[in-house]
Ligand binder design. Structure first.
Ligand code: IPE
Ligand code: IPE
Ligand code: MG
Length: 233
């Protein structure tokens, strides 16, 4: 079995999961948060190098205030309990514009990245206030700044220059992108990094019901795909 190096998952369907049970959307997010750990540990165990989970997009601020507040509370709580991952040897990286968060949350995220940096296992990426367009816009700004300051020549700019100015700097591109909940779109997730990803959209499963065996299903399908990257194989 060929294990994809970088697996990315759009954790979607929490709201529908709750609605089907006559519960508030918040209950769906709480249930969804509980799906995370076993999926992370499973990916680490089977040899995935990077697992990125989409937790909060730059567009999710548009949701009703009490839902956003609930999500922030949930994320804060999650951060508080992240030390429990330490013993599994995973590293943790946050991808996104973190400046939107409160100072104590930013401190906590920096502290977690630091604390886990000694580990050597899978990189667990958490995309939070993440938007692919925002990421590329920021990369363009950083590169423009280098050119303006005479630190970089215009003709030296190549794809590597862009890549090294993304949140995912130094990490492999996405091989397999999984989205439960039935939506067949990327919703601004890792748009540069997924240029040649295999997409696996799942109709019959919502994120709170997502389990390690669904990762295995996606990887089995991934192994049946013929990745040609524009060539012939
Ligand atoms: C994903 O579930 C969670 C976040 C976006 C934070 P949704 O809340 O989008 O669930 P649906 O799509 O409404 O069912
Ligand atoms: C994408 O899901 C964002 C996250 C899962 C964090 P959304 O539910 O926000 O995306 P759309 O609205 O279906 O495109
Ligand atoms: Mg959704």
């Amino acid at each position: 079995m060929n294990i994809p190096k970088h697996v990315a998952i759009i954790m979607d369907g929490n709201g529908r999961w709750a609605r089907r049970r006559g519960l508030p959307r918040k209950a769906g997010h709480i249930a969804g948060a509980k799906s995370i750990k076993s999926v992370v540990l499973h990916c680490n165990k089977i040899g995935v190098k990077v697992l990125t989970l989409y937790a909060f997009s730059t567009e999710n601020w548009q949701r009703p205030k009490d839902e956003v507040d609930g999500l922030m509370k949930l994320i804060k709580n999650y951060l508080k309990n992240m030390r429990s991952y330490l013993k599994y040897n995973v590293r943790i990286r946050f991808f996104g514009d973190l400046s939107a968060f409160s100072e104590d949350m930013i401190d906590k995220m920096n502290q977690i990245e630091q604390e886990f940096s000694k580990n050597t296992g899978m990189v667990f990426g958490i995309a939070i206030n993440y938007g692919g367009r925002d990421e590329l816009k920021n990369a363009a700004k950083k590169i423009a700044f280098l050119v303006k300051n005479g630190e970089l020549n215009l003709d030296e700019i190549d794809e590597q220059t862009v890549e090294s100015n993304l949140y995912t700097k130094g990490l492999p591109n996405v091989d397999l992108l999984i989205r439960p909940s039935g939506e067949c779109r990327v919703s601004n997730f890792l748009i540069w990094q997924s240029a040649y990803a295999e997409f696996y959209f799942m109709k019959d499963i919502l994120w709170p019901d997502f389990r390690p065996r669904h990762v295995d299903m996606a990887i089995e399908e991934y192994n049946r795909r013929n990745r040609t990257y524009g060539g012939v194989k």
